[in-house]
Design a binder for this molecule. Structure first.
Ligand code: B12
Ligand code: SF4
Ligand code: SF4
Length: 345
């Protein structure tokens, strides 16, 4: 078996659903990324403004090949989106289990050791999953993992889009795979119609400043008041543009067990979440992606979701949160309380 095929086989054994090789050249459509930055559509994510993102050789000059990898997580269609709770929140499916920033590097470490054993010497390498200055979707498309849909997600015809990307930059030559050149979106526009804030743009990018994933995770400050009602009961991330995608309906639902939903994470009781003390929050979300939003970001979102419920049963919990130790939580709790009782009483 060729080195490339044995690496791919090992990657599958380690839980990667998709694999592909590409060259360390600027990804296709990198101009779209530069235009996106110029328009300020990245919001406060200043780390994205990094010239290395358009050229992987600036990240690792001795890189000869990039091994692109994808690992599946359970899609919201497959399990726990239904709940009998009166006021339940909704957490994006990628964040139901163990944090992928922990899971994927562990597997890439094992894969790199395997590669070095096969080659018989140490191989210069770097691995990333969301953590490096690379345009992962563009590189994955060129490595043959799928196409970039109108919702801007990378989609594979059999695996759908509920997966996370990672890559190992390698100092060895491997034959590149054929890019995934087809566009399987066709005339479909479901994601554009379903997006609650209308932030999906016609050039396969989106205005992150209006995306609920950005507003509930990356944004560390106040959520603009006109967008708060759009959150509905989403308290961490948003899956809407993937949930409506027909390619996810028939996708293979196998996923890595590390991403199995943890009890109380996918659809938590909003009133209970708003009462989480700092230590309780840290304990509940240990090794889970929600931890990265910190208690103040998470409770900010929970308060907005309770306000959006319009349910008087949320009133007392919000009254308590108006006294929270975090100013960010207090401000959103005041807004949410006013959604329920009206502002002037
Ligand atoms: C910043 C960021 C975000 C931002 C902005 C997202 C965006 N669409 O730009 C926010 C916070 C909103 C976000 C949200 C989410 N994210 Co995010 N995010 C990133 C990050 C760190 C950078 C993306 C980026 O550079 N955006 C700028 C745009 C311009 O670049 P791009 O997304 O790569 O888009 C390409 C297309 O626009 C394409 N293009 C432009 N014009 C054209 C024209 C044609 C014809 C074609 C084919 C392509 C094309 O070129 C661009 C450059 O290659 C990546 C990791 C990484 N390092 O790449 C993860 C990443 C994209 N996110 C990921 C995930 C899982 C999510 C969420 C699903 C999480 C959630 N459930 O809430 C949502 C999905 C929202 C969505 N529809 O994109 C995964 C995506 C996996 C996949 N299957 O695609 C990634 C790859 C992380 C990872 N390692 O797995 N994310
Ligand atoms: S993640 Fe939600 S808000 Fe963001 S583009 Fe998709 S549907 Fe719209
Ligand atoms: S919902 Fe339709 S248009 Fe949007 S990404 Fe999926 S197939 Fe493409």
């Amino acid at each position: 078996m060729s080195l490339k095929n044995s690496i791919k086989d090992e990657a599958h054994c380690l839980g990667f659903a998709l694999t592909g090789i590409t060259k360390p050249e600027p990804p296709p459509h990198w101009q779209a990324y530069e235009h996106w930055l110029t328009m300020g559509r990245h919001g406060s994510m200043d780390y994205l403004n990094d010239p290395r993102r358009v050229d992987p050789r600036l990240v690792m000059p001795e890189c000869c090949s990039i091994l692109m990898l994808a690992m599946s997580y359970p899609g919201p269609i497959s399990s726990a989106q239904s709940t009998s709770l009166r006021m339940a929140g909704r957490v994006a499916a990628y964040a139901w289990g163990r944090d992928y920033h922990l899971v994927l590097p562990e597997r890439m470490k094992l894969l790199t050791s395997f590669i070095e054993t096969q080659v018989g010497r140490s191989v210069p390498h770097r691995w990333y999953t969301d953590t490096g200055p690379l345009l992962e979707r563009g590189l994955a498309q060129r490595a043959g993992l799928g196409w970039i849909g109108k919702n801007t997600c990378l989609i594979h015809p059999k695996t759908g889009s509920y997966f996370l990307l990672a890559e190992i930059l390698l100092g060895i030559e491997l034959e590149p795979d054929t890019p995934f050149s087809a566009d399987r979106c066709g005339t479909c526009t479901r994601c554009i119609t379903a997006c609650p804030t209308g932030c999906i743009l016609p050039d396969r990018t989106l205005d992150a400043r209006r995306c609920l994933s950005y507003l509930t995770i990356e944004n560390k400050n106040e959520i603009p008041t006109d967008l708060r009602p759009k959150l509905g009961n989403r308290i961490f991330g948003c899956d809407t543009c993937q949930e409506v995608c027909p390619w996810n309906r028939f996708a293979n639902q196998e996923h890595d067990p590390d991403f199995n939903p943890r009890a109380g994470v996918p659809n938590p009781d909003l009133v209970a979440e708003l009462a989480l003390k700092p230590q309780e929050f840290n304990r509940k979300f240990k090794d889970n992606p929600v931890l990265r939003s910190k208690r103040r970001g998470y409770l900010r979102n929970v308060a907005v979701a309770l306000g959006n419920s319009g349910d008087p049963a949320a009133f007392q919990a919000l009254e308590r949160a108006v006294q929270d130790i975090e100013p960010l939580v207090r401000e959103h709790a005041v807004w949410a309380r006013d959604q329920i009782r009206g502002p002037n009483r």
